[in-house]
Design a protein around this ligand. Structure first.
Ligand code: ADP
Ligand code: MG
Ligand code: ZN
Length: 507
């Protein structure tokens, strides 16, 4: 048993508080109860310090619990206990901890209080930040809250990027937000990687591990020449390997044969040679067809990091560009801003990297995407041209602030294909107009946008500031969602963007 102390002994290990019946979370399921028992058994030290109240998160690589400890001054404090799956690589675990200890506890980055280990079980103890899932609050967020949320996310990104940490999994689930206290915390360094000059030593050690990296759990590898059938249901995209013997073009390739109305995509490394020996002179004929031949199947996969969540992945990640930097986190922040401005979460829902890429093209334009990819050494073929969308028109249409499809001057926000964007009409509870009454109260710290209204403020319900979103918001969005990572704004520069003029002195 090892207890690593990273903080000034705040916890009284003598008196473990007795379970309280009155706790509002006392109704936990059998499964959760069983998991809590198993955790107490796996790491008995936990039970001496904490009373575990509930499970608050469950992912592929960890389970997170809410625990309570009695402090020396008699008060009780809540903590989040992250139990990592026992199969996690020790260096991976140590790197996650090092990110939290060195960069955490400041600038909206979660800190760490303790770490327990018994055999292969590791539990990271962090201060608990109460928060709600973004999907539950998105419809009631005011524009000012969105502006502050993005500002605070960018602060966390600037901070970790200064340490040479690439988070790689920036999404609302990993950026906790407490609406009442206006606290924010970036969590989950489980996929983090270091830049070339990272200050996190253990992230350097991870680069050795990456060479033997397994495909990310639960996701298909699209690295080999892979046929993807995107159907109208985003979730039913399938991969089929078709055995074909003839050959013609030896290039390393992939092909997306899209279903109804969607764009077909092919992306290939312009500078990469196939890594597994395909006999010289042997060519294949699957180029630009919807099959994958054995020759292409036998090509060795190109290794490039691609951890993260498809809908938040930057174009350079989706196309497996080997040189990825902190700009990938900035792209993800852009996707979050797009989601919050349009009121749709998730915005991109992709089960596959090429579907995700086609979804990006529907917003940012196919020609623009192809051109940007060329700049980072990737060649993409798209079967049809998708125009670049005006971001304000797109967001306002999705928010219902612009004419609907029944109106004459309706602007098609998105191609109606393969579930590209979560384009279905919002369910009533998520629509801004159906916001619960108590949420419609204008927050005290809201920035004054009354000048943008035309005098109906007293009689009309406040619209959350959505009627007067300034151009700066869409300008920042445009810069965050810059397709070429070399041109994409950095988190540090984004913080000085005119959208945040009134906040700059606080940084
Ligand atoms: P995973 O690697 O499994 O995604 P995370 O570190 O992202 O693990 O934690 C999963 C979830 O647990 C988060 O999305 C969040 O809801 C919750 N969580 C994690 N850390 C904290 C914390 N310090 N305070 C409150 N909730 C937390
Ligand atoms: Mg997470
Ligand atoms: Zn082939």
């Amino acid at each position: 048993m090892e207890v690593v102390l990273t903080h000034n002994e705040p916890i009284n290990t003598e008196e473990c508080p007795k379970p309280e019946k009155s706790h509002k979370r006392s109704k936990i399921s059998r499964d959760v109860e069983t998991d809590i028992e198993l955790l107490y058994k796996a790491v008995p030290q936990i039970g001496k310090v904490f009373r575990i109240i509930d499970k608050i998160g469950e992912g592929t690589f960890s389970s997170v619990y809410l625990g309570e400890a009695q402090m020396h001054d008699g008060s009780r404090q809540k903590f989040a206990l992250k139990h990592l799956i026992p199969t996690s690589h020790p260096t991976r675990i140590a790197a996650e901890l090092q990110c939290l200890t060195l960069a955490g506890g400041q600038e909206n980055v979660m800190g760490v209080t303790y770490c327990f280990r018994k055999e292969d079980h590791v539990v990271i103890v962090m201060p608990y930040l109460e928060h709600k899932a973004i999907v539950d609050i998105i419809s009631s967020l005011s524009f000012e809250e969105v502006r502050l949320y993005i500002y605070n996310l960018l602060r966390a990104l600037k901070h970790i990027h200064q340490f040479g940490i690439i988070h790689r999994d920036i999404k609302p689930n990993n950026f906790l937000y407490n609406r009442k206290t206006k606290e924010y915390a970036l969590v989950d360094f489980g996929l983090a990687q270091g830049t070339a000059d990272t200050q996190i030593d253990l992230l350097k050690d991870l680069s050795g591990l990456r060479k033997v990296q397994r495909p990310v759990f639960g996701e298909r590898n699209i690295n080999s020449c892979t046929q993807v059938s995107a159907t109208t249901k985003a979730t039913s995209a399938q991969t089929e390997f078709v055995k074909v013997a003839k050959a013609e073009d030896p290039a390393n390739r992939r092909y997306l044969s899209a279903g109804r109305g969607s764009a077909a995509l092919k992306s290939q490394g312009a500078n990469q040679k196939p890594q597994r020996a395909v006999p010289l002179g042997v060519t294949c004929s699957c180029f630009q067809t919807d099959r994958v031949c054995n020759i292409c199947l036998s090509r060795k996969q190109q290794i490039a990091p691609r951890a993260g969540t498809p809908g938040f992945r930057a174009p350079e990640v989706l196309t497996k560009c080997p040189n990825q930097g902190t700009a990938i986190d900035v792209w993800s922040a852009g996707v979050i801003l797009l989601s919050l401005l349009s009121g749709r979460y998730p915005f991109f829902k992709a089960s596959d990297d090429l579907i995700a890429l086609s979804q990006i093209m529907t917003i940012r334009g196919s020609r623009e995407t192809i051109q940007a990819a060329k700049a980072f050494g990737k060649s993409i073929v798209c079967s049809r041209e998708l125009p670049r969308q005006d971001l304000r028109v797109l967001c306002e249409t999705l928010r219902g602030h612009r004419p609907s499809p029944d109106d004459d001057d309706y602007v098609t926000p998105l191609p109606q294909n393969n579930g590209t964007v979560s384009g279905k009409p919002p369910i009533p509870d998520e629509t801004p107009t159906h916001r619960p009454i108590e949420e419609q109260v204008k927050p005290e710290d809201t920035y004054d946008n009354t000048s943008l209204h035309t005098g109906h403020m007293e009689t009309e319900q406040w619209d959350g500031g959505w009627g007067g979103v300034p151009d700066e918001a869409y300008d920042l969005l445009d810069r965050l969602l810059e397709l070429n990572p070399a041109k994409r704004i950095t988190a540090a520069d984004a913080l000085t963007h005119p959208l945040f003029t009134d906040l700059i002195q606080l940084t």
